[in-house]
Write a new protein. Structure first.
Length: 89
């Protein structure tokens, strides 16, 4: 699983396209799983980074979550979920 970033600076003007077209294969990595295309952006008063991910890997992760059938919110990255950190009160 490869997560890479490509940004031209902070804020919306520093975003690169939200796709994997700029990825260049290296070593054993022939295609990426995730990309950070934006950094330090304000959304509803919160500073966030913007990421995209391949549905190929996320389908497996979501299938595992569905099997748990829990009302807990899941927070984290693909394959490394942390449950119970947020409540849906």
């Amino acid at each position: 699983m490869l997560w890479y970033w490509n940004v031209n600076g902070g804020g919306p003007s520093g975003e690169t396209p939200a796709n994997f077209d700029d990825f260049r294969p290296f070593a054993k990595f022939t295609k990426p799983t995730m990309k950070q295309f934006g950094q330090m952006e304000q959304i509803c008063g919160v500073t966030v980074n913007r990421d995209i991910y391949s549905l190929e890997k996320s389908k497996l992760f979501l299938a595992e979550l569905k099997e748990k059938q829990s009302d807990e919110l899941t927070v984290g990255r693909l394959g490394h979920a942390f449950t119970g950190l947020l409540s849906a009160a």
